[in-house]
Design a protein around this ligand. Structure first.
Ligand SMILES: Cc1ncc(COP(=O)(O)O)c(C=O)c1O
Length: 374
């Protein structure tokens, strides 16, 4: 039964259902208009319910980063890209979880290819593989065409692995959207060179998977791109807003918190600290802090302890009272998701629904080799 916020124990993440719907529709329409396959990254919501909605709106499959995400999302679709190379014990785990899923995995090392190939042969399983290429983020991926060719060739030589193409994450493009043009142009040039080199080597990339939220709506400007993998767009956050990649009204996720102290002048304390908001600095400088109040964006979470957030009121005439509830737009929505077991779906001031954040967390007790006796 619907109920109001007063009945909710805080802190808790609220998802504005109308804003979520707008965000999901906008990206689905963009991908459809430009004939780009949409394969959203589920790390932002970690929930089968939102993933199912993404699939209903035309996503071709999902992107995941962890075995737990793979396990949960294999109930939603049979087409999943693990954009995070598994190594060691994780290789067997992801192959076990994949069940009926046509699994695709990114790699950027010969070790990952060998381990994956061996595990696939042992299980008589075939996995699609993409070579991860770096176009400027300097996190994962080879930046040299020769290295990409060598990895693609190595995948081809491993029975059990099927070379399908390349992937990249343009995480270095975090400038305000009005200043992204030069970086997109450079990316187009670099991508063209890698694709041409792979063609010449007889290793054409059938799949070219890229995409992010900050540069989401420029992806059609990249010749050769076949697929986009935005994640944050479902909720957006203060960081996305600061980059001009969404409007403040597009921020669908807030953390509802309660003011617990006004004892110190020019500030109040809320019951949401690091363990509710994450200690994520804002990447495009916009007043600093770790989040801002939805209805008073000039007020930021200036400092935090584990369970305390300090709202700096020095630039505001607004004076919340002890016991009041406030909604905080986090700097980075994906971190908040990871910190809570459930989310509430709200429309206006009414809680309409809730769902488990089913794909959060990592190890389950059953994964230990034997129960621990304590
Ligand atoms: C490999 C990969 N693909 C896609 C995404 C989604 O990007 P965004 O959060 O910018 O939407 C991420 C985000 O970290 C990523 O690491």
């Amino acid at each position: 039964m619907p109920y109001g916020f007063a009945d909710i124990e805080t802190p808790v993440p609220l998802v504005d259902l109308d804003r979520l719907a707008v965000n999901l529709d906008r990206m689905a329409a963009y991908a459809a208009m430009h004939q780009l396959a949409l394969r959203p990254h589920v790390k932002t919501h970690k929930s089968s319910r939102i993933a199912a909605e993404q699939m209903r709106l035309g996503a071709v499959g999902l992107t995941v980063a962890t075995p737990r995400e793979l396990q949960v999302m294999s109930e939603v679709t049979d087409d999943i890209f693990l954009a995070h190379p598994p190594l060691g014990a994780k290789v067997r785990r992801v192959l076990t979880f994949s069940g009926d899923v046509q699994l695709r995995i990114s790699v950027d090392s010969h070790v990952a290819i060998e381990q994956l190939g061996t595990a696939c042969r042992q299980r008589d399983q075939t996995v699609d593989v993409l070579v991860e290429v770096d176009f400027g983020m300097k996190r994962m991926g080879v930046s040299d065409s020769g290295d990409a060719i060598r990895l693609a060739g190595a995948i081809r030589r491993q029975p059990g692995l099927r070379y399908r193409g390349i992937c990249f994450y343009p995480g270095h493009i975090r400038q305000p959207v009005t200043q992204q043009e030069g970086l997109i142009e450079a990316l187009c040039g670099d991508l063209h060179n890698v694709l041409a080199a792979l063609d010449d080597a007889g290793l054409p990339a059938e799949i070219v998977s890229g995409g992010s939220t900050p540069a989401a709506f420029r992806m059609h400007l990249i010749p050769g791109l076949t697929e986009i993998r935005p994640g944050t767009y479902v909720f957006n956050d203060r960081d996305t807003y600061a980059m001009g990649a969404c409007a403040w009204e597009d921020c669908a996720l807030t953390v509802l918190a309660t003011v617990i102290s006004d004892a110190v002048p020019d500030q109040v304390v809320i019951d949401a600290g690091v363990k509710a908001l994450g200690r994520e600095p804002i990447r495009v400088q916009e007043g600093g802090g770790y989040g801002a109040v939805l209805d008073h964006p000039e007020v930021t979470v200036a400092r935090m302890s584990e369970e305390h957030g300090i709202l700096d009121l020095s630039d505001s005439v607004w004076r919340p009272k002890v016991g009041d509830q406030v909604r905080i737009v986090p700097n980075h929505a994906c971190i908040v998701t990871h910190l809570f077991d459930a989310m509430l779906g709200v429309r206006g001031d009414i809680v309409e629904t809730w769902w488990h954040v089913g794909a959060r967390g990592r190890h389950s007790p059953e994964l230990a080799p034997a129960p621990l006796s304590i």
